[in-house]
Design a protein around this ligand. Structure first.
Ligand code: SF4
Length: 472
């Protein structure tokens, strides 16, 4: 049976595309390999949002070349934003790549995999442990025992907003909103396949409009939440401009929505926001936060911030820093500005690197304090979250995502069994300690359905022994 390995870099849009390709390949008779050396087709789903992601993708292509040298019948396929941007260049500098599929050619890629399938019937491959070094991509989205629990559904492709630092509109094109009926049909099929939580994915997801009726994002959330057996709903990545009061109020009426609002700030200085072409001012952003606090009082607000955008002055940066110090954000993805070929900001005078690094350090310190304070408030409580799988850093522990997207790590209970926990995936974690990255604790119960009371679980044997020692 042919085997496909998919490694995904970048955003949830790419993870959704990888899931789509995995589903198409499975329908054509492939199995999904968890290691590249076990596969006949190696698929790299690439990102170009930052220079680092681009370099890592080319590095990974070189690693795949070693596997192909070992067996020339292997196919290497590259898809995603870098494939779209670098189609010609890639064929020049990575000639071992067999095929390149741009962001609008997913269906064609699925067709090609189906056509390749018969060629692979007799093949077998030896393992090569040297190629297991992780380089930043991940195969998790499509290939582990729990990945079906949290499914992505694309609602829109492309973006028409043309932020001056962003490559997305250039490689993915302008908005192309998917019809509501198509979205709901895919969502239903993912729930039927075992998804407990759906994530609606779009580059500017809350700008979504049904092409036929003009229904907006609030209606989409309500319609998706009404799917029988769906337990939780989330979305990524919205734009502050498209969170009107009506949309936020509508979201507040959908209890299945996870209580996390991602509101990408980028900067809190108007001159920078103007040059970024972000379409809101600092004051308007503050109004969005106030609306969220009013209608969604218990939701966590998270954000993205870019430091060192061309022309950012010390005063501009201080404005962003002061806003972050108001503890607005439960978490933030912070970035040093990096030049993206083909975007307007790439041609502008850059802030010196040392200045950017120094500002970045100060911003990270400020946000880390806010994030840690947010996590501290969880200590002593119990959080229910959906299992992600074994912790990557310590296989004796499980990773769980709380509803507000905070990572929880806890020792595997004594009755841990992947199949059972995939059927009973809601875990109650007694939070014992807070960290910047998330929280640690003990799993005290598991539940089949989100809304059901949990069944108590036995703590790991090692914990019982420790408790016995303490009692003596
Ligand atoms: S809104 Fe801006 S940052 Fe987001 S995808 Fe569109 S152009 Fe890029």
């Amino acid at each position: 049976m042919p085997r496909l390995y998919i490694e995904t870099f970048g955003c949830q849009m790419n993870e959704a595309d990888s899931q789509y390709i995995a589903d198409r390949a499975a329908a054509s008779g492939y199995t999904i390999a968890t290691r590249p050396e076990d596969a006949n087709v190696l698929l790299l789903n690439t990102c170009t949002v930052r220079d680092n992601a681009e370099r890592r993708a080319y590095g990974r292509m070189n690693h795949f070349k070693v596997l192909k040298d070992d067996d020339p019948s292997r196919r290497i396929v590259v898809m995603g934003c870098l494939a779209e941007q670098d189609r010609d260049r890639m064929q020049r500098i990575a000639p071992h790549v067999d095929a390149v599929f741009g962001t609008k050619e997913l269906v064609e890629l699925g067709d090609r995999l189906a056509a390749w399938e018969p060629d692979f019937a007799e093949l077998d491959f030896a393992a090569d442990g040297a190629l297991l070094e992780p380089l930043g991509g991940t195969a998790d989205a499509v290939s582990d025992a729990f990945s079906h629990l949290r499914a992505f559904v694309n609602v829109q492709r492309g973006c028409s907003y043309y932020c001056s630092f962003c490559i997305v509109p250039h490689v993915r094109g302008r908005f192309d909103h998917r019809p509501l009926d198509d979205i709901l049909a895919e969502a239903r099929s993912k729930v039927a396949a075992g998804a407990r939580e759906l994530m609606l994915v779009g580059q500017t997801v809350n700008a979504w409009k049904d092409p036929a009726t003009g229904a907006g994002f609030g209606e989409l959330c309500a319609a998706a939440a009404a799917i029988p057996n769906l337990e939780r709903l989330s979305f990524i990545s919205p734009h502050p401009k498209d969170f009107s009061e009506a949309v936020i109020a509508r979201m507040a009426s959908v209890p299945k929505l996870n209580p996390r609002l991602h509101l990408p700030l980028q900067s809190f200085a108007d001159p920078v926001l103007r040059r970024m072409n972000r379409k809101y001012t600092a004051a308007q952003f503050r109004e969005k936060v106030a609306l969220a606090r009013h209608y969604l009082p218990r939701w966590a607000i998270t954000t993205d911030i870019i430091v060192g955008f061309p022309g950012e002055t010390e005063d501009d940066f201080e404005a962003t820093l002061a806003f972050v110090r108001e503890n607005v954000f439960a978490n933030a993805y912070t970035f040093m500005y990096s030049i993206r070929r083909g975007t307007p900001a790439a041609r502008w005078e850059q802030v010196p690197e040392a200045t950017v690094r120094a500002r970045f350090g100060r911003l990270v310190d400020a946000q880390n304090a806010a994030t840690r304070a947010y996590h501290d408030r969880k200590v002593g409580g119990i959080e229910r979250g959906l299992i992600v799988g074994p912790s990557k850093k310590d296989a004796s522990k499980l990773a769980i995502k709380a509803l507000d997207n905070v990572t929880l790590i806890a020792p595997k209970p004594d009755d841990y069994d992947p199949e059972r926990y995939a059927r009973e995936p809601w875990l109650d974690v007694a939070i014992e300690a807070a960290h910047v990255w998330g929280c640690t604790g003990r799993i005290v119960a598991r539940a089949t359905r989100f809304a059901e009371a949990g069944v108590r679980v036995r703590p790991p044997l090692v914990d019982l022994l420790a408790a016995g020692t303490t009692a003596r």
